[in-house]
Design a protein around this ligand. Structure first.
Ligand SMILES: [Zn+2]
Length: 81
């Protein structure tokens, strides 16, 4: 049978619902180089990493993090502005 709507996946990230305040400034997203998964958000010259169960990390550059999706080690040498 024909599908009336193409089942497109929600583009929003799974952790956006935890945000309590609306971002007023544009935050640079740091995404996995392989699968484009959102790894963190660069703000105020530091990288904001958020994990499950409310674990959050605000780290300075350079940042290395392993992607939750594909396991690729990503490197962010400097803040993206
Ligand atoms: Zn990945």
């Amino acid at each position: 049978m024909p599908t009336p709507f193409p089942s497109r996946q929600a583009a929003q990230t799974s952790w956006s619902r935890a945000a309590t305040t609306k971002p007023t400034t544009h935050n640079s997203e740091w995404r996995c180089t392989r699968c484009d998964k959102l790894l963190g958000v660069c703000r105020d010259g530091r990288m904001h990493l958020r994990f499950a169960r409310g674990h959050e990390y605000l780290v300075g550059f350079p940042v290395q993090a392993t992607c939750r999706g594909c396991g690729t080690l990503n490197n962010a040498p400097a803040p993206t502005r």
